[in-house]
Design a protein around this ligand. Sequence first.
Ligand SMILES: *Cc1c(COP(=O)(O)O)cnc(C)c1O
Length: 238
Amino acid sequence: MEHSSRQALEEIRSTLTQMGRDVTIVAVSKTHGPERIDELAELGLRDFGENRYTEARDKFPEVHYQGPLSPLIYHHIGPLQSGFARNLPGLFHWVHGASSVSAINKLARAADKYAQENPAAINKLWPMQYLVQIRLTGEETKLGGMDPAEFLNLESIPENDSLKFAGFMTMGPEDQDPIETREVFSRLRSLRDEALPGGELSMGMSGDWQIAVEEGATIIRLGSVLFGPRKGAPWKKD
Ligand SMILES: *Cc1c(COP(=O)(O)O)cnc(C)c1O
């Protein structure tokens, strides 16, 4: 049977209701086409996530949804790279994978420049928001993230009128061991409570979102559970 996004979303929502929790679901649309974003928006999701700038750049203009949830909110969930930071304003509203001060500074400058050049784009989704990605698994993954001690030792956290520091993001351990996963999410929450009480906690993916919600996630990033298995390659316009 074909994957039913409607049914998957209903199950997730009813679990969240049973848990008594209201969290933001970011639907991670990477490798899937713009028509799937339209479909999920029709089902009531407003937040969408992509990890590659080029894929998002080509895909978002092909999204046709114009309903009560417009404008949709786009989240960059891949690592924030200095060389690409200037491309993100105007395309993404949230950036989850910030883990170097120099890249955040580049993003802050780019966001300010974008705001000056595009006053019409400065709407209620402005300023941009970013989350610092923290690495808590001990694994040296390619996905990176800042060490908690490194974060706590920062002299200042970049922000300006166009870019706000909104909280933290992390990834659970790759082997999805439930005990370690819970430990990782709980440590991110403690860091948030210490460094930015009330700030956002972006944690939990298809395989571990319930643990993340139990540990206080405010944003969960769901790909395959909503869209079905990912395609082998990024989406391209043909
Ligand atoms: C792909 C991705 C997700 C979604 O993964 P699923 O396991 O398919 O839900 C979440 N967060 C990040 C950073 C990702 O790259």
